[in-house]
Design a protein around this ligand. Structure first.
Ligand code: UD1
Length: 419
């Protein structure tokens, strides 16, 4: 496993182009299975999870190329309905193949994703909805999830929680269901709207994404050549804003949608940063000393994103005063804070709440990243810390950031990756 070596104390200055969104491209790669023609996806980030999703696609029967951030894929025929274990377990969101595979070939076997470092990842909402649409779902030996459906039938359903993955799976299953599917209380994230736009570009009649009700009309077959732009990654944008904030930096982020990062902009402003927005770019200027913020409560969009909680915790660890962070989405997302404490951060965790007392200095040391965003938070702390920080477990961070060390170096950071 590679490591990042960071030497702190350098303010970041300059401009960074934000990558295409990981969480938008993954369901779209899975959704491309619905099309017999060629999907050309532009602005795709070159990430481990994206490459695993492409491998799964190819095993199922697609032909795919990926270069210069463009994925071209077409699936004329499905050859395989069993997703190999090593791929399904490598990428947590492999479960997103359930909906499109059930729709396209009425069958899929895939290993159950299980728990992970940020807490259990149940899929009961996915299963309940797909069963309601007529799928038969059972567990075979060794945690393999088997799904079959003679026919999927559109229906109306209310989600118990606005799960992002479940909303995506239902939308994709609904494309080849008989009749109309209505999803009440769906996730409202920008990635859901982007998936709706992708389906519309395939000719599917779907509307309501971003609101409290999504409607999908089932169709018979999709066979078209199309092009689609992947939206900017709002979490990478937030992470670079945090990098500017923690280093007293001044960064311009290119290729962003300010509306997607509104809750992050508001909290960074509360912490004392000055932010200038334009249509697709933003400048963030950090103060000499950040201010604590009262309370941040993570919640589904448009609330403060859980995927920015660790990075925000890092910057608040050097803000003047005491901040409260409440994690409401995942059960166990403060694991990284134990590592942050090794760098002299003063953080007390009580259940789902972190009390973060700002310290005047972080100190570099050896820390271990165990999950994607927690790992990014440790790099941020390393950019501020006195001396050298070794962030082990680069593989987790690379699941979500395309060449993070090169991008940070291009704006003045002292960071390298070693194997
Ligand atoms: C997606 C994102 C992830 C982000 C999360 C929340 C992708 C690839 N990943 O994950 O980066 O952190 O949204 O914004 O897009 N839950 C259940 N039962 C279910 C499904 C979910 O209890 O059937 C719970 C989960 O355990 C979690 C919460 O609901 O506590 C949110 O999960 P969900 O919205 O489904 O997140 P993902 O789609 O897994």
């Amino acid at each position: 496993m590679g490591k990042f070596i960071v030497r702190g104390g350098r303010p970041l200055n300059g401009s960074v182009k934000i990558q295409g969104s990981k969480n938008a491209v993954l369901p779209i790669i899975a959704a491309s299975l619905l099309n017999k023609g060629t999907c050309t996806l532009k602005n795709c980030p070159n990430l481990r999870d994206v490459n695993v999703a492409i491998e799964i696609l190819n095993i199922i029967g697609a032909e795919t190329t990926f270069s210069d951030h463009i994925i071209r894929t077409s699936c004329k025929q499905v050859k395989e309905t069993v997703v190999p274990n090593h791929l399904a377990t490598e990428m947590r969101s492999s479960i997103i193949f359930l909906g499109p595979m059930l729709a396209r070939c009425k069958e899929i076997s895939i290993s159950y994703p299980g728990g992970c470092e940020i807490g259990p990842r149940p899929i009961d909402i996915h299963i309940k909805a797909l069963k309601k649409m007529g799928a038969e779902i059972f567990f075979a030996n060794e945690g393999i999830l088997c799904c079959k459906a003679k026919e999927l039938i559109g229906c109306e359903m209310n989600l118990d929680y606005p799960s992002v993955g479940a909303t995506e799976n239902i939308m994709l299953a609904a494309v080849y269901a008989k009749g109309r599917t209505i999803i009440n209380n769906p996730a409202k994230e920008p990635e859901i709207i982007s998936l709706q736009n992708f389906l519309k570009a395939l000719g599917v009649s779907v509307y309501g994404a971003g609101s409290g009700r999504i409607v999908v009309e089932g169709c018979d077959e999709i066979d078209c050549d199309m092009e689609f732009d992947i939206i900017p990654d709002r979490i990478e944008a937030g992470t670079f804003m945090a990098a500017a904030a923690i280093t007293e930096g001044d960064l311009v982020l290119e290729n962003i949608i300010p509306g997607h990062i509104r809750p992050i902009i508001l909290k960074m402003t509360e912490a004392g940063c000055q932010i200038q927005e334009e249509e697709d770019r933003l400048r963030i200027m950090a103060p000499k000393i950040l201010k604590a913020v009262d309370i941040i409560r993570t919640s589904p969009y448009p609330g403060f994103p859980t995927d920015m909680q660790p990075q925000m915790t890092s910057i608040l660890s050097v803000a003047q005063g005491t901040s409260i962070m409440i994690e409401t989405v995942f059960d166990n997302r403060f694991g990284f804070s134990e590592e942050l404490k090794k760098m002299s951060a003063d953080i007390i965790i009580e259940g789902r709440t972190a009390v973060i007392k700002g310290v005047s200095e972080l100190t570099g040391t050896y820390v271990k990243s165990k999950d994607l965003r927690g790992g990014a938070a440790l790099i941020l702390a390393g950019l501020k810390a006195k001396g050298e920080t070794v962030v082990d477990g680069a593989v987790h961070i690379e699941r979500g950031y395309d060449r993070i060390e090169d991008k940070l170096r291009s704006v003045g950071a002292d960071i390298i990756k070693i194997d």
